[in-house]
Design a protein around this ligand. Structure first.
Ligand code: NAD
Length: 499
């Protein structure tokens, strides 16, 4: 059994707390490693090292810091297959999807190569008589991030790349479900030229998270995960005087108008609903066809597609559409919610409950489920299922459809499928959700835009990556300066005498 480590001060360090969590291979259900769960003392040691290293790193000019990112991009490309394999083995997602996870992180690293431009300050010449005014963006110091299991490469990179290129040190507390890729990323950053102690990985659970939240040296906390934990971290972190941004759960609606191309909409829904076994914060989990006829045509198009989905281990390569869910607990939670859907009167038109895969009976596989006639009061509509379960809520009008998405407590992503520009424009303007797709089911913004939901999907002011990240990871200081007249007034040639 492999014993994983922390990565502290530029070295793999064994856990000393005596507490460990099991890391599974979700495809087989076997425990493949144990990960140490840090205590307060271990976190304090990492913070102390980070604080010392950060001073010199902030003094390195931005161009040189950007060069580390350039080299890191090369190394990510070099090791892409290795990273994807390690990621799939612990997470369960397919290899192409795992490579996408790395790639979407890599693109933010590429964006960070523009740090010299992003970190340039403002200057006003002659703001008053002989007075100049300038602003500079300075690093915060030691920063920290707490990340979820579902994107173990992308989300850590979304946080640590901008934090580090701005001159901060960063402590990553990754998910205890799939900690290997974060450890590999820390090694690669050092191979790229990052000084020791600037990026450290401290594995753990709530105890490590609380050690971050109550540490006086750590200046900022980034979090991505479920909404209850996001609320806890936001509230606690803010009360401790930290800068905090927390991204939470989701229930993303896709509205299908009567004029939509139904084959296109159904293809989009299958990918967005069932890809990565539905374990994406931008997954579509609610389909809202407008009008009974649209709903009937949609269900007719969806059923064969959902039934044809191929579920299996990542080792089956391209023959698989999605893999297992992350843990046995996640699987039984999904099964429990599916049962509530049936009990509360939804119509299960594709029933994945009997799914079983020969040779992988102990894996955490969940068959694809499709519900029709879901209503607002049902648990499967109210809660994030985070599994391969798509709910269809039939709306009679466009207003009813947009109202559903607007009234839901989550506001991460949404999409509309239509051929009508006016409807699409109205939807994009009125909807109270952070990321909107028009005939695009998973509208994840690219690295140079920013990522973030609204309502209970986001706590804080600034989004992830793009220009917001450079604001989150720096403080602005504004200097007003006046210089008294000096040497330019000319030399003094007579011997000074007392008046
Ligand atoms: P999670 O909330 O269980 O865990 C996230 C992190 O918080 C992990 O590092 C975990 O160790 C830590 N944590 C767990 N319980 C804690 C506690 N009681 N106190 C302190 N820390 C704790 O989330 P998850 O299951 O890893 O990820 C899935 C969730 O993340 C889903 O809700 C999904 O929608 C959300 N997510 C959101 C986004 C986004 O950008 N909005 C992106 C990805 C995932």
């Amino acid at each position: 059994m492999q014993e994983l480590t922390h990565y502290i001060g530029g070295a793999h360090v064994k856990g000393t707390s005596g507490r460990f969590a099991d890391v599974y291979n979700p495809a087989t259900g076997e425990v493949q490693a144990k990960v140490p769960l840090a205590n307060k003392a271990e976190m304090e040691r990492a913070v102390e090292i980070a604080a010392k290293a950060q001073v010199a790193w902030a003094a390195v000019n931005p161009q040189r810091r950007a060069r580390v990112m350039m080299k890191f991009v090369d190394l990510l490309n070099r090791d892409m297959d290795k990273l994807a394999e390690a990621l799939s083995r612990e997470h369960g997602k397919t290899l192409p999807d795992a490579a996408g996870d790395v790639q979407r992180g890599l693109e933010v690293v590429e964006y960070c190569i523009g740090a010299p431009q992003m970190l340039k300050g403002d200057y006003t010449d002659s703001a008053g008589p002989g007075i100049d005014m300038y602003s500079m963006k300075q690093a915060l110091g030691v920063t920290a991030g707490i990340t979820p299991f579902n994107f173990p490469a992308m989300i850590p990179m979304w946080m640590f790349a901008p934090a580090i290129v701005c001159g901060n040190a960063f402590i990553l507390k990754p998910s205890e479900r799939d900690p290997s890729v974060p450890l590999m990323l820390a090694e690669l950053m050092e191979e790229a030229g990052l000084p020791k102690g600037i990026l450290q990985v401290v594995n753990g659970d709530k105890e490590a998270v609380d050690a971050i939240l109550y540490d006086d040296t750590i200046q900022s906390v980034g979090f991505v995960g479920s909404t209850p934990i996001a609320e806890y971290i936001y509230g606690t972190g803010c009360s401790q005087g930290k800068r905090v941004q927390c991204f939470g759960g989701a229930k993303n609606h896709m509205i299908i108008m009567p004029d939509a191309d139904m084959d296109q909409a159904a293809d989009a829904l299958v990918g967005a609903g069932y890809g990565a076994a539905g374990e994406r914060c931008m997954a579509i989990s609610v389909a809202v066809p407008v009008g009974e006829d649209t709903a009937d045509r949609l269900i007719e198009a969806l059923v064969p597609r959902v039934e044809a989905l191929k579920v299996g281990p990542y080792t089956s390569g391209n023959d698989v559409d999605y893999g297992p869910v992350v843990t046995a607990a996640a699987k039984s939670n999904i099964e429990r919610l599916v049962q509530t859907g049936i009990d509360q009167g939804a119509k299960l038109v594709v029933d994945g409950r009997d799914f079983s895969l020969q040779g992988y009976e102990d894996g955490f596989f969940v068959g694809a489920h499709l519900f029709d006639n879901v209503t607002k009061d049902m648990d499967i509509y109210k809660h994030e299922i985070f599994g391969p379960v798509l709910s269809t809520v039939r709306a009679q009008t466009y207003e009813e459809a947009i109202g559903l998405a607007m009234d839901h407590e989550y506001g991460n992503g949404t999409a509309i499928f239509t051929r009508d520009g006016d409807t699409a424009r109205d939807f994009a303007n009125r909807i109270n959700i952070g990321m909107v797709g028009v005939n695009v089911p998973i509208p994840v913004p690219l690295a140079y835009h920013t990522f973030g939901g609204w309502k209970k999907s986001m706590f804080g002011d600034l989004n992830q990556h793009g220009p917001d990240a450079f604001k989150f990871y720096t403080r602005t200081k504004t200097v007003t300066s006046r210089w008294p007249s000096g040497i330019k007034e000319g030399g003094e040639f007579s011997i000074p005498v007392m008046e």
